[in-house]
Design a protein around this ligand. Sequence first.
Ligand SMILES: [Fe+2]
Length: 450
Amino acid sequence: MSRSLKLLLMAVITTAIIVVPGAVALWAFPPHFGGWLGVAYWTGLTLVTQAFPVRMPRGTVVSVAIAPILAAAAIGGPAAAGVVAMLGVTEWRELRGRVPWYGTLYNHAESAIPAVIASLTYLAVAGQAFTPGWVSLIGVGLAGVLYFATNALLAWLVLILRDHQSLSMILAGDYRLISGNLLGMTPLAWLIAVVWSVAWWAVPLFALPLYANRAAYQATVQVRDMFTQTVRALASAVDARDPFTARHSENVQQIAVDIGRVMRCSEAELEALEWGGLLHDIGKIGVRDDVLLKQDKLTREERIAMNAHPVLGEEIIKPVTRLAPELPIIRHHHEWYNGSGYPDHLVGEEIPKLARILHVADAFEAMTAKRPYRMRPLSREQALAELRKYAGIQFDPVVLDAFARTDWVAGVPDPGKPASRAAPVRPVAAFAGAAHGAGQTGDQPAADAR
Ligand SMILES: [Fe+2]
């Protein structure tokens, strides 16, 4: 654990240890709240809603417990809010010891501090006694915004310090998906408080709409999982045709996503790399077995058939509208930085960034895996040296720098950037028409993936 993460955990946990007992000491429960019995009632409700969390694609756990916490914050004041949020977010996995103690404490502090802040916001706007009306609705709305903002900030700080995720990455990911829903839950919290003020025993009936909300989250996650599994199955269908390329697509996907992380790609770009990595060679489905599985060097005709796979792949995937961002990756993953690749002989930055990333990942995987046309796989050191040798020719030097910082080549001696090469310009691409094919036949570098 890094020093900055340790400091964050200590600061937030200590703040919660001061804030919650402080709130209990400073603010008495309102007379109508029912004292500690009321606290037990709202804690129980929160525990029930917390018991069914949903795991989002990037690992964030979402629960709908914010609704009863906010209702308790409006009805019971800061003391009730702090205690209910602190105890109510307890999870089974914590009780079973699956979360380290400091993680457990942080999770509870991450809810308790925002709950006290939300309750103070409500107090400032609507006063202590909860009465149904516009003022209390605005009060709960503002309290919800403050709760969500503080809670999200504390969660993001951990992601930034622990997982080195950038804020833009987080904002583009799960949070965009869930923030709208969570903010939509504040009117529900107000409604729960209104029902409580009329008939406290009727509040558990809200379990039904809350459960429906959770089911909607779950369905979104399940559909995405199903889609990813289908894409993975398609990719392994390609890999399975050739025993030498087993797991190639999955490895390329992992390397490409890791390079993307170092290059601080957005969450949407990482997702494109994930699926694009799996599907980049899907066009090989249309390449004849005698060409695809040939152990010897390919003839000119066979090479042409093989080199058609990026375009073929694009055509196969085009009808799937959800995979539109992956199309440029599939089409251009064999373009060379100097314009002598295929199919469109794009030069430098003309090649889509994600395709340049995939090209490096593809080449590294191909070089370090066993292939029929090469006796022995290269070591990671040899492969990195080969990639560096072709910086500015075949590969984008910026992408190579990023790759050199991934765990795939951690501790491997890096020859570094070669002597500076002029940035590729259009005339090179014009030349590429004649050069096309040279790179893929006689002087094929080790760094070329088929
Ligand atoms: Fe390919």
